[in-house]
Design a protein around this ligand. Structure first.
Ligand code: PLP
Length: 354
């Protein structure tokens, strides 16, 4: 830290992404990426012609992709906002609705970026604890006096609220924006997109990083009431109107055109999730019922931190969080069936050695 840094940021604890080690080839089950490559159409879209066009700025409104997303979700282009990953959108939403002492509510165990943004933007934030079974009690988020951020399905638990529960939260907070972060919704949860025409305080955030195999391209989108979308555009035009590059826009459009390929991948991942859950349960693990492309599991036979380290030695990366409430759990991304077989074999070996 230099002496020049604004002292407001001295104590800022930055977000810590899952590790991306370069020392050897790992089976990566630690950052919820897709184990499957983008579709052939997506690959073809990132071609020489598009690369030659990099000398030109991209369309700052990403109109072609915006329209495709609007059509896919049954809304208008004015209800859709694109950004450089969904983290970019969450940042804009914090700036717009809960910065500088304004109130915001989120769960104690949830996506780690919410508290980082809350600190960065000096939000007055309140953490609402999950229940003992790690579920969210929707009633605790009803009629609060500030903005609400909920990951649905939640991370790292994988548990999801029903659409009725989400609607209750949105309906009882008419004077505040409710952000539903649906990074994992395509793996078996219900989307709140169908509520955006009914409520003017709902912002649904999704990403191409998980179900659409594009984590490296950085593309997120939000769907909401046109006035909320206009707020976000205002902030985007005040920071970086060209926040999505040409290659990503082209890849994103081709991705929407090949939606069936991605739907099939999600189904494969859900099938592998069921298999992996059953195998871990046979080994005595407790696994939360997940609606995401990861599972959250614990065993009383081995400490969570120890399992993480031993698997890493064997070339398998999973995610362990040191937070008190969940320190004996691990979050395991669902890979290919072959990768999950190796993971299970390694877990068996480690348990036998213990
Ligand atoms: C992965 C993730 C994001 C961020 O996704 P990007 O689009 O890659 O920025 C946002 N929210 C949750 C809950 C996530 O798990």
């Amino acid at each position: 830290m230099s002496k020049f840094l604004d002292e407001r940021y001295n104590s800022l604890a930055a977000y810590v992404p899952g590790e991306q080690p370069q020392d050897k080839k790992y089976i990566k089950l630690n950052t919820n990426e897709s184990p499957y490559p983008p579709s052939p159409e997506t690959l073809a879209a990132v071609n020489v012609g598009e690369t030659e066009a990099l000398r030109l700025y991209p369309d700052p409104d990403g109109r072609i992709l915006t329209k495709k997303i609007a059509d896919l979700y049954g809304v208008e282009s004015k209800n859709v906002f694109l950004a450089n990953g969904s983290d970019d959108i969450l940042n804009f939403a914090f700036i717009a609705y809960c910065a500088n002492g304004r109130k915001v509510y989120f769960a104690d165990i949830t996506y780690g970026f919410y508290s980082v943004f809350a600190n960065l933007h000096s939000s007055d934030y309140t953490v609402i604890p999950l229940e003992d079974d790690f579920s969210i009690d929707a009633d605790k988020f009803c009629s609060v006096d500030g903005c609400v951020f909920i990951a649905n399905p939640n991370a790292p638990t994988g548990l999801a609220l029903s659409l009725q529960e989400v609607e209750k939260i949105v309906a009882t907070n008419p004077d505040n924006v409710v952000v539903i972060d649906e990074a994992y919704v395509d793996f078996g949860a219900e989307s709140a997109v169908k509520l955006v025409n009914k409520y003017n305080n709902l912002l649904v955030v999704q990403t191409f990083s998980k179900s659409r195999s594009m984590a490296g391209a950085r593309l997120g989108f939000a769907i909401g009431n046109e006035e909320i979308i206009a707020d976000l555009h205002k902030l985007r035009y005040s920071t970086n109107p060209y926040n999505i590059n040409r290659l990503t826009l082209a890849a994103g459009s081709a991705t929407i055109d090949s939606q069936n390929y991605y739907d099939d991948n999600c189904q494969k991942i859900m099938d592998t999730r069921a298999w992996t859950t059953a195998e871990l349960e046979k080994l005595g693990f407790f696994v939360l019922p997940s609606r995401a492309n990861f599972i959250f599991a614990t065993s009383d036979k081995i400490d969570g931190g120890e399992l993480y380290l031993k698997l890493k030695e064997q070339g398998v990366l999973i995610r362990h969080f040191a937070t008190e409430r969940i320190k004996n759990f691990n979050r395991i991304t669902i890979g290919t069936p072959e990768e999950m077989q190796i993971f299970i074999n390694n877990v068996k070996e480690i348990l036998e050695e213990n």
